[in-house]
Structure formats: structure tokens, C-alpha cells
Design a protein around this ligand. Structure first.
Ligand code: NAI
Length: 541
């Protein structure tokens, strides 16, 4: 449809703001609606960076960038591309966590679709209100478990928005095919229910059966309206996440980043660590501190990766132990869910992590407990006594939830720990050496997998694709970077790295016969040709 004047300025995909040329201004009724200067995209970027520099904190920067995204998509992604290391923690974790806590308070305008459980029976109609017809990804959350922050109900919408922005910022997936969606099923968060500015449905969450029937209607509607669409489940309550992935994972194009993406980034970290430790994954013993959806996702992905190295499923599982709020997962436990039961191994009951470390003798210890300061000096020292290079991942976030800090891991292990965290810690100087701790952030994986799925129109997104992504990611860490403690490639190169990873994943999709498009002769050149570029084009007018 031909837009004119203010309608163009209000269309964030077409708005060039002060970069509209004189000819474009004449042709589209923009004369007088803009100040006289005709600027380049680079000048606009410089102004944004200057304005961002004056903001007092990251939440204010988040608000500024959200408005920019609503106003001028090209400029938004161009600004992000100037410094991904600086901006990904603002549009996503950790700032997005603060933004979700404050969502109803900082709200400016809608973005994406809010689908409420009270709209059951009309889901397809509500979905059809979205203007784009070729939706290729829906990132969908119930807000049931936002980052480490618990049930945030409709405030969780910040997550699908931010995740999809990373598809484009980190892997150049075209934004026009991305739809953030909040399945509003109420919230059990009393503080939000009592907040007059809360924007979601003011009711308690439904039973699992009710939720599942709502999700089924939603899934059917998506299949009918957007047959090429991949569903990205994000930040659901752990049990819902696992149940729904088990239900839909091998039936439709879908994935759960909290489970599969998390599993993959952990396995990528293990592959990198093993280059230093010098061993194979199948020979490691892993102890997960925390047995929730992240631990299960990582453990299951590790089992799948071990199997590719030739061991049986039972032998792979036997090498992995879990420890949760009630202690080690062992045969006397009566409170385990079916996912945890897969990791029950003979052991005396214990609620003491140090005991578990000393008897299980893990080569790799992973913290996904949501509880900070739980990898004590004694635990790190025990790991160091047991292993020449103990692999210690303290993945809980935000920062104050990390099981230990980078500095603690390096100091208590005398510089021997191969360490990664869920947050970005500053470099650590110890004994004249500078360590650069890695951040096991899911953004290393899910945008790349999504770019490959986008290109190939993959009909399923199985674990093999996430293991392929993990390998491709680990292979891009240079020996020099590994030596400094980096287990993941530098964030500043994120776009280049993810495109490379996506090429490997796309190859795997063709190998597994999951693609719905014909395999091109040159996969690399073909992927490059599909990438979104944050540049204004004369064709926009
Ligand atoms: P969850 O709530 O599903 O599971 C938490 C688990 O920790 C439960 O098994 C619970 O019993 C256990 N736990 C709680 N207190 C404990 C204690 N004092 N001692 C031992 N275990 C305890 O949470 P989910 O989704 O599994 O996430 C866990 C953490 O991992 C979060 O902080 C999250 O931010 C982080 N995470 C990090 C990722 C990354 O670095 N890439 C990816 C996904 C999650």
C-alpha cells in the first residue's frame, strides 16, 4: 500500500527520518514534516550515541533504544551494530530483566501480540490482526519464569521483544518476519496483581490442562496462518517448558531456548574447555548444582553430544549427577519429576555440595541453582584437588545469583579453573596474568540456529542442530583466546561468528533432510544473500 506523509514517518520499517532525500520528501508529502537538514545514517547514529551517552543508567538506555526501535528500525539496528558488546546487555539480559520488572511502569506503546487465555476460541482471529503475513518466527512466552526473576506475567513481553531483536542484531535475520507474542494466562505474582499499572490479565494462572488446551489452539492457529513459522518458546515455567517441548518438539518447527539453547551454549563451553583440559566429552563426570529446566536442558544436550562420541544413552547419563534444593538426586529421593528421575544414580543421601563433589569427583561443575555464593572456597579447592584443570561454570544470573565470581574461581583454584559464567565478569588479574572470563550467553546460539532455520525453512529443530551450533561456536575460539580463559568468541564479532555457525547448522539441516527448500550449490553465499542489512535503501520509497 502506498503510504504518505506522517504515515511513512510512523512506519518504523520505512522511516528514514532526517535521512529522507529532498526527492523522497517531495514525492511522499514529507516536506515540512521534517527539519530541513538531510542527514546520512551515520550522522543519525552519531546523534543517537551522543544521546545514549547522556542517559544516567542502562534502564534509561533501554527505554531510549525501545523508542528508537519503534520509530526507526534501520537506525536502531545500525546503532546496535556499532558496539554489540555494549548494546546486547542493554536490549537483552541483564537490563531487560529490570525492564520486565518495571514493564507496566515504563510502557510507552504496544509491540507484538498479546493473546489472552480469555480469547480461547478466537485465537486465530486475534493472531490475524498482525499486519505481516509471512511470519517466520514467533517468540512466545507466558512470562512464567523470566530470567531468574520468577513469574512476571504480562510484564514478560520484554523478553520476546528483546530475544527477537537479537535474531537481527546477532544473526541478521530480517525483522519483518519476526513476531513477539505474550500468551497472557494471568500471574501468581501478588505484587503485580495488586499493581494498578500492571498491564496483564488480573487473574491467577490456570491449571496445566487449561494451559495446554490454550497452547494447542494457539499452535494450530499458527500452523494455519503461518505455515513456515518456527515457534520459539521462551521463559515459561520450567515444568510447562519441558512438557510442551516434549509434546511439540518432534511434531512442528519449534524450539525452547531455555532448554535447547541453554543446553547448546553449555556444550559449546564444554567443547572449548576440553581443548584446554584435553579430553573428550564422553569421558567427563558432570555435577549440576541446580536441577531445574536449565540443568535438565544442559544434561540432556550433553547426553546427546556424548552419544555422538559413541557411548550409549545409559552410559552417558551415568556420567551426569544433579543436586537441587533438597540435595543430591539419588535413589531415596521421593520428590523427583520424570526428567530428574533419568539422572538418579546410586549414592548415599546428602544435602552438602562439598560432600557430593568429594564422592562424585566431577571434572565439570555447573551452577544453575539461582543461588549466589554457593560455590564456596572449599568447593572450588576440592574441584582443584581432584582435577589439574577443574571446569567450573557458575551460570546463574543476574550477577548476584552467580554461584561464584570469576575472581573467586581463579583465585581459589590458583588460576587453574576453566571458568565461564552466565553474566559477563570483568577481566581478572592474578599472578601477572590477565584472565578473560567467558560468558555462556544463549545469544551465541539461538540467533545462529534461527538464521539457519529461516534460510532452510526447517520443519523440525532437533537437538542435533544445537550440538552442531555448539561445535561451530567452539571451533571459532582461537588458541590465544582459549589461553586467556575465553571459552566463547569475542562478542564484538558476534555477527560474523553467528553467520559462520548458521552456515554449519544449515548444512546439518540439509543432511538431516529437514529443509523445505532445495539445497543450494554454495550454502555460504546463499546464507549471505539472505541477511538483513541495517541500511536505508532507495527502494523503501
Ligand atoms: P529453575 O528455577 O527451573 O531451577 C532452579 C534449580 O535450582 C531447582 O532445581 C532448585 O531446586 C535448585 N536450587 C534452588 N536453590 C538451591 C540451593 N540452595 N541449592 C541447590 N539447588 C538449589 O531455574 P532454571 O531455569 O533452571 O535456571 C537456573 C539458573 O540458571 C537461573 O539463574 C538462570 O538465570 C540460569 N541460566 C543461565 C543460562 C546461561 O548462562 N546461559 C541459561 C539458562 C539459565
Amino acid at each position: 500500500m502506498k503510504l504518505n506523509g506522517t504515515a511513512i514517518l510512523h512506519d518504523n520499517a520505512r522511516n528514514k527520518s532526517t535521512a529522507f532525500t529532498r526527492r523522497e520528501r517531495d514525492a511522499d508529502g514529507l516536506v515540512g514534516l521534517l527539519p530541513p537538514a538531510v542527514e546520512t545514517l551515520d550522522t543519525q547514529v552519531a546523534r543517537c550515541l551522543m544521546q545514549l551517552g547522556k542517559k544516567p543508567n542502562d534502564l534509561e538506555r533501554y527505554i531510549f533504544l525501545s523508542q528508537l526501535a519503534d520509530d526507526n528500525q534501520t537506525l536502531f539496528f545500525k546503532v546496535l551494530s556499532t558496539d554489540p558488546t555494549r548494546f546486547t546487555p542493554i536490549v537483552y539480559d541483564p537490563t531487560v530483566g529490570t525492564a520486565c520488572l518495571e514493564f507496566g511502569h515504563i510502557y510507552r506503546r504496544p509491540n507484538g501480540i498479546y493473546l489472552s487465555i480469555e480469547q480461547r476460541g478466537q485465537v486465530k482471529q486475534v493472531l490475524s490482526h498482525w499486519p505481516a503475513k509471512d511470519v517466520r518466527f514467533i517468540c512466545v512466552s507466558t512470562g512464567g519464569r523470566i530470567l531468574g526473576l520468577g513469574d512476571l506475567g504480562a510484564n514478560g513481553m520484554g523478553i520476546p521483544i528483546g530475544k527477537l531483536q537479537l535474531y537481527t542484531a546477532c544473526a541478521a535475520v530480517p525483522p519483518k518476519c519476526l513476531l513477539p507474542l505474550l500468551l497472557d494466562c494471568g500471574t501468581d505474582n501478588e505484587k503485580l496483581l495488586a499493581d494498578p499499572l500492571y498491564l496483564g490479565l488480573k487473574r491467577k494462572r490456570p491449571s496445566s490442562a487449561d494451559l495446554d488446551s490454550f497452547v494447542e489452539e494457539f499452535v494450530q492457529a499458527v500452523q494455519e496462518l503461518y505455515p513456515k513459522c518456527c515457534l520459539h518458546f521462551e521463559d515459561w515455567k520450567g515444568t510447562d517448558a519441558l512438557r510442551l517441548l516434549a509434546k511439540y518438539g518432534d511434531k512442528i518447527s519449534c524450539y525452547n531456548d531455555d532448554i535447547q539453547g541453554t543446553g547448546s551454549v553449555a556444550v559449546a563451553g564444554f567443547y572449548s574447555a576440553l581443548k584446554l583440559v584435553k579430553g573428550q566429552l564422553k569421558d567427563q563426570r558432570l555435577l549440576f548444582f541446580g536441577a531445574g529446566s536449565a540443568a535438565i536442558g544442559m544434561a540432556d544436550m550433553t547426553v546427546a553430544a556424548m552419544k555422538l562420541e559413541g557411548v550409549s544413552e545409559a552410559d552417558a547419563r551415568a556420567r551426569i549427577s544433579l543436586f537441587d534444593v533438597n540435595g543430591l538426586i539419588e535413589p531415596s529421593r521421593t520428590d523427583l519429576n520424570s526428567d530428574q528421575k533419568r539422572y538418579v544414580h546410586p549414592h548415599a543421601p546428602t544435602k552438602n555440595l562439598l560432600d557430593a563433589v568429594n564422592t562424585i569427583k566431577p571434572t565439570i561443575l555447573i551452577g544453575v541453582s539461582t543461588v549466589g555464593k554457593t560455590f564456596t572456597k572449599e568447593v572450588v579447592e576440592a574441584m582443584t584437588k581432584l582435577n589439574p584443570r577443574p571446569v567450573i561454570f557458575a551460570l546463574s544470573n543476574p550477577t548476584e545469583h552467580a554461584e561464584c565470581t570469576a575472581e573467586e574461581a581463579y583465585t581459589w583454584s590458583g588460576g587453574k579453573a576453566v571458568f565461564a559464567a552466565g553474566v559477563q565478569f570483568d577481566p581478572v588479574n592474578l599472578g601477572g596474568k590477565t584472565y578473560l572470563p567467558g560468558q555462556a550467553n544463549n545469544f551465541y546460539i539461538f540467533p545462529a540456529v534461527s538464521l539457519a532455520v529461516y534460510a532452510t525453512e526447517a520443519k523440525r529443530v532437533p537437538n542435533e542442530l544445537f550440538i552442531e551450533a555448539a561445535k561451530a561456536m567452539a571451533d571459532q575460539v582461537t588458541p590465544q583466546e582459549l589461553e586467556q580463559g575465553m571459552l566463547f568468541p569475542p562478542q564484538k564479532d558476534i555477527l560474523k561468528i553467528e553467520i559462520q555457525t548458521a552456515i554449519a547448522v544449515a548444512r546439518k539441516i540439509f543432511d538431516l533432510n529437514l529443509a523445505c527448500v532445495k539445497e543450494p550449490a554454495d550454502i555460504s553465499a546463499w546464507i549471505q544473500s539472505l541477511l538483513y542489512k541495517p541500511e536505508y535503501s532507495p527502494e523503501q520509497n
